[in-house]
Design a protein around this ligand. Structure first.
Ligand code: NAP
Length: 456
């Protein structure tokens, strides 16, 4: 068979695997299979590329493979809590690769058709700004730099000027292809713009920014596909670009924030109109009291949040859940779409602790069940159970859908003290008569609860 047909057939197979992989990722049950399919698609795309007649020898490819594996394998070993910054680094590398391909193409054959030139400029511009933007995101998440928004007077104007200069260089290069300074000026501006775009955004908003940067990296790869006339890059880049964009929108929606607010609001520096109608005293409860409530309940709903991730309490939650189930209690886990700090954060942690998917309930499924629930146990969650989002139209999180634990017969909140959530708002749930506060690190509280329930 002609090698071109073989390559295109392999690329077609890779594209189908990417699409099926993405579909698989839409549900926790099929997510693992989806990941395997997507990885198989990537392997197929790589193998197909190795048949390209343009490859004269394989030395550099082997060297790249060894260096890439030496960096990639340890990167894959990071703990789950470090996954957001690991992902940000992957985006930075992917985007840098797209940029370098573009720069190499320009250096090797500067004469090209206008459409190809346009695609190449777009690829290098998006790739360069995604590289530095993703590196800043990773540094913020790894706390190598200040996580809070870095803002200064006139920042939006400076950013606008920088963006206009970058686009100006791009147009300049399109109209004057021989003036290489336009091309390199555009790259310099794009690197600087990536930094300026991300520094005013707080670490907690980074997941939204990262899925947006992911989308840019995907579009940059799609443009690379046009430059190299490579169909699989066009398809994979477009899928990546649009799925990243849709994910960013969904995350903003689940937080009831606009994309503009995430990108320009500097959340964390934001001062809300009303910090919450929380007043009164919090009722502290003891371990034994909670153990009795749990042991004699018909239904218990666990609502995990960011605190469960920081305490690494997922195994202790599962242990308590199993113990209650053995006693005939119906145990359910309620998952809010933005609980934690990255999409699917709670699903991943609970899956790691072998909690079956069938026990996980999305917010819309669990809310109608809460009035008939004996105990709703909030494990290191705060904003996602804040009733002000539902009841107080002046709250900065007004309208954000919540898990309505306050409708349960009893609410037990596990947290260390009076710490606020990501939004920095007071939570009136903690002051309600239905709520009991069990103070302490979530993991040690749950471990102690396991022992206390065994004694009931
Ligand atoms: P949260 O509102 O950030 O609250 C976490 C709570 O956990 C804190 O009040 C803290 O109180 C407690 N905590 C921390 N460490 C703990 C420990 N070791 N043991 C027990 N408790 C601990 O968390 P959330 O309810 O999950 O809400 C997530 C927030 O992040 C939302 O506002 C969401 O919009 C935002 N966000 C999410 C994503 C995403 O993709 N998931 C992305 C961007 C932003 P103490 O200090 O008193 O213990």
């Amino acid at each position: 068979m002609n090698s071109t047909y073989l390559i295109e057939a392999i690329y077609l197979l890779a594209s189908v695997l990417f699409i099926l992989g993405l579909k698989g990722l839409s549900h926790p049950d099929s997510a693992r299979r989806g990941m395997i399919m997507a990885a198989a698609g990537m392997a197929a795309a790589l193998v197909g590329t190795l048949f390209k007649p343009e490859i004269v020898h394989y030395h550099w490819i082997v060297i790249g493979l060894v260096i890439g594996s030496a960096i990639g394998i340890p990167m894959a070993m990071v703990p789950m809590t470090a996954m957001p910054q690991r992902t940000a680094l992957s985006h930075a590398f992917g985007a840098l690769a797209a940029s370098l391909v573009g720069i190499a193409e320009f250096t090797i054959s500067p004469d090209m058709a206008p459409f190809r030139r346009g695609a190449l400029g777009f690829e290098v511009m998006l790739g360069s700004l995604t590289t530095t933007g993703s590196l800043i995101a990773a540094a913020k998440l790894q706390e190598l730099m200040r996580g809070t928004p870095i803002q200064f007077k006139g920042q939006h104007i400076v950013n606008l000027m920088l963006a206009l200069t970058m686009v100006g260089f791009y147009i300049g290069w399109l109209t004057h292809p021989d003036t290489a300074i336009f091309f390199y000026g555009m790259i310099g501006c794009a690197f600087a713009f990536g930094i300026m775009l991300v520094i005013p955004i707080g670490a907690a908003d980074m997941p939204v920014v990262m899925s947006l940067l992911n989308s840019y990296a995907g579009l940059s790869s799609a443009a690379t596909g046009f430059v190299l006339s490579n169909n699989v890059l066009i398809i994979a880049g477009t899928l990546d670009g649009f799925s990243g964009f849709i994910l960013s929108i969904l995350m903003c929606r689940a937080m009831n924030r606009s994309m503009t607010n995430v990108l320009f609001g500097g959340f964390g520096a934001v001062t809300g109109t009303d910090t919450g109608a929380a007043a009164g005293t919090m009722r502290e409860v003891g371990l034994d009291d909670v153990a009795v409530q749990l042991a004699y309940a018909n239904q218990v709903v666990f609502v995990p949040g960011y605190g469960m991730a920081t305490a690494q309490a997922q195994h202790a939650v599962r242990e308590l859940g199993n113990l209650l189930e053995e006693r005939g209690v119906s145990v359910k886990y309620a998952i809010h779409p933005v609980a934690g700090r990255m999409p699917g954060h709670m699903n991943v942690l609970l899956a790691e602790a072998n909690v079956p998917y069938s026990s996980l309930y999305e917010m819309e499924q669990i809310n109608p069940e809460l009035p008939a629930t004996d105990v709703a146990m909030v494990i290191g969650a705060n904003d996602v159970v804040n009733p002000d989002a539902r009841d107080n139209p002046n709250s900065p999180i007004a309208g954000m859908p919540i898990i309505e634990v306050d409708r349960a017969r009893s609410v037990i909140v596990l947290k260390r003290g009076k710490g606020k959530g990501f939004s920095g708002l007071e939570n009136p749930l903690f002051f309600k008569s239905v709520t009991g506060m069990l103070y302490g690190d979530a993991k040690s509280s749950l471990t102690s609860l396991v022992q206390a329930v065994q004694k009931v």
